[in-house]
Design a binder for this molecule. Sequence first.
Ligand code: 5GP
Length: 200
Amino acid sequence: MTAIQPDILIGQEELRRRVEELGQQISDHYRAIDEMPVLVSVLKGSAIFLADLIRALDIDVRLDFMSISSYGDGSASGVVRIVKDLEESIEGRHVLVVEDIVDTGLTLNYLRRTLGSRQPASLRAVTLLDKAVRRLIPVELEWAGFEIPDVFVLGYGLDHNGIYRNVRYIFATEDITSLVGDPNMYVPALFSSSDGPRPL
Ligand code: 5GP
């Protein structure tokens, strides 16, 4: 049986260059206002982007983490629950939310409301991917790496059933129904097993 090959949407070099640019733009912004931001990373999807972005910043920053999950039936209600909250107070701080992807906008809208109610000095957001065509609610987004079409993407932190976060590029699945039926469908093409080496 031939392994199902992933369809690369954004390659490693393109990711590296764009994250570097975002790092410069964000550094310039906080340097101009002479303030140190607290980066709030929303686990787990943004972890890989965060790791690269923070090293592209040439200003002093702090880091904190949050984890949230949707309530209930998985419908796009926008009702989410904080699974892990920030460790430090953000009152009077300059907060930069770091997201992997903004899709309907419901999650970022919730985060902006929740974090905004804690009296930060400023609240901004950066996302690696912006699926603007899917937006259900307008949400402010100060920086976005790539605007992408309405496709389900995986890799570079983005998962399905916990799989594919450690793929070095972003790939799109044409066939979400097949992926749901077989979450491991790209595994043979992407990862090595005891049967052989990792594919190129
Ligand atoms: P929202 O719809 O609230 O803007 O996004 C909610 C979450 O859905 C994102 O943080 C992300 O975890 C997930 N999501 C949305 N689109 C995609 C996608 O194309 N691929 C993956 N892996 N997750 C997605």
